[in-house]
Design a binder for this molecule. Sequence first.
Ligand SMILES: C[S@@+](CC[C@H](N)C(=O)[O-])C[C@H]1O[C@@H](n2cnc3c(N)ncnc32)[C@H](O)[C@@H]1O
Length: 215
Amino acid sequence: MPCNCCEITDNAFSEAEARAELRNYRRRGPMNQTKLILEAIRSLNLKNVDLLDIGGGIGAMHHELLADVARAATHVDASSAYLKEAKTETARRGYSERVNFIHADFTDVAHQVQAAEIVTLDRVVCCYPDFRRLLTAAADHSQRALALTYPRETWYMRIALKIANFFQGLRRDPFRVFLHPVSEMNALLEKEGFERVSRRHLFVWEMALYRRAAM
Ligand SMILES: C[S@@+](CC[C@H](N)C(=O)[O-])C[C@H]1O[C@@H](n2cnc3c(N)ncnc32)[C@H](O)[C@@H]1O
């Protein structure tokens, strides 16, 4: 099922890009912002938990966490090209039995997806126009922790994304990148019952780790 709210198509996330990302992952391991999520999740000392990775791309999050934290993973992605590469790598690592792949806009299928202890969204909210809809659905599915990365709200990221979106327009590609307000994402997750326990950043990306607050 293609994404029907945003403009995620196999044009925006093409087979060539997905193959290149998988090649890079095999050569160099997870990207730096993914490493921030992995470190944050590992700091919780959870074992044998279920992972729900929304917009998992080539699947780096579960390739890594199935080794020591997760017993099983669900990977939901709107791009068939990325899912194809994720499945290939999952099989190569011998994890096929432990990963459930769903090709969809998560917000469309959320009601059919099981909750998990850990939910991750690595570089995903910035692809999606309606962060409230996406994060509310993600929060509903997290029993213990939720970690996400998103572009930093800095002057240079505002300019960079304006330029990127301008060229997308010139190419007549409807896909856009979004710089959602961090304070509003945080307020939404707090309202959903989470507290932010860690926040780190690189030059481009910021990572936030949330835990479900004690009742
Ligand atoms: C920039 S890529 C990041 C992939 C991976 N998380 C990573 O960091 O390498 C964004 C991914 O999120 C997916 N995506 C964005 N919004 C989505 C949604 N609402 N439901 C499912 N997948 C989504 C896209 O298809 C794409 O594969």
